[in-house]
Design a protein around this ligand. Sequence first.
Ligand SMILES: *Cc1c(COP(=O)(O)O)cnc(C)c1O
Length: 462
Amino acid sequence: MKYISTRGQAPVLSFEETMLTGLARDGGLYLPESIPQMSAGDIAALEGLSYEEVAFRVMRPFIGDAFTDEEFQDIIARAYAGFGHAARAPLVQLDSGHFLLELFHGPTLAFKDFAMQLIGQLFEAALKRNGQRVCIVGATSGDTGSAAIEAFRGLDAVDVFILFPHGRVSEVQRRQMTTPTEDNVHALAMDGHFDDCQARVKDMFNDFAFRDAVGLAGVNSINWARVLAQVVYYFTSAVSLGAPQRKVSFTVPTGNFGDIFAGYIAKRMGLPIDRLVVATNQNDILHRCLTSSEYKPDGVIPSISPSMDIQVSSNFERALYYAYGQDGNAVAQLMDELKAGGFSVSQGALQALRETFDSGRCDEDETRATIRDTWAASGELLCPHSAVGVKVANEARVPGTPMITLATAHPAKFPAAVEEASNVHPPLPERMSDLYERSERVSRVDNDLGAIEALIKERTGH
Ligand SMILES: *Cc1c(COP(=O)(O)O)cnc(C)c1O
């Protein structure tokens, strides 16, 4: 299996190279040259299998000869062993025809653990084999960073630097990044928004001298291996509701478009998904784009669902690539226009997007009302991101097709917002109940590429 860039100008890579590289050298994102297919029979055969076994069957065709079957099975087993639920991604019913896919039973209580725990094991196996050392740099609106640090802490061949927007992540998120004691973990609090953090990370990848000197590797949701890991739970949940005989729809709380793009890949592989519904908070650029064709960032307004406070949605580039008929030049041109302020999606491409994607937005009051109402109606305590999903799903549902809303974080990760909405205090799971007592370790940095690069070089001895 070979991987190509959405902008058509970067070298074609293997799975392992793609995973270790992250962002392509032409600024694009990697995608498989072709999408492996699963027949109705292949999908039906997933029924009753463990999460790990489904993960193996769904992901195996994408990894080529990077690992033997035994190695890959072992990697998957270790990735999900630390989850607090035997099903890994249990499905619970909210209402008639509406289901919640709980993706928050991993070690940092957000769905990011599904991809990050797998990537940690994949990196460790690949680096051990070729004696390489890498420096992982990531930007986070809160959950990616904690998941990355948890996945890479203490690994020998990896340093991990995480940039997060100072003062704009929840206390639980911050503590999950600042309390690990391992020397290879570096939490950097940067002045600015998430988009600024993400921009500096992209700058570092485009600074080839720096990139090669420190052995930069990316684990943001631009990394293909992360998208791939997230394809799996679309299969497990759809099969448990009757796929391939019955179609299902999904609503996905969306920021960087990674999680929902994994659903698009699942659909392209053959899973009978009817609609994929993009749910945004008040930072609704994706909803505006899908309804008006205009993609114009106009500043982030902080919300109670901070992991979706994003205006530059990286993985949307992958969806655009397919919507433009796999034309890398067209995508490169759109991204140039974006640098100059924004772009307009062509009518043909917009139509292609709308064949699969619906969208909706949920403001702050609606988010709080949904947490309160869902608690009263079903006894499910939603985190604010999941509440955005449930509200949009309720509007997008059609009779006869089950709707699965992705619950992307545990309510205890956002206790203040949840308690304000519901009057219920969500306790941390037992296994992390001392989080508030552990001491913190963090470096403040300016929004300054040179200064950040200097710090990374110094800490890694380059
Ligand atoms: C990252 C995150 C999202 C958004 O996911 P994307 O893949 O960036 O669209 C939603 N909810 C939570 C809790 C998250 O951590």
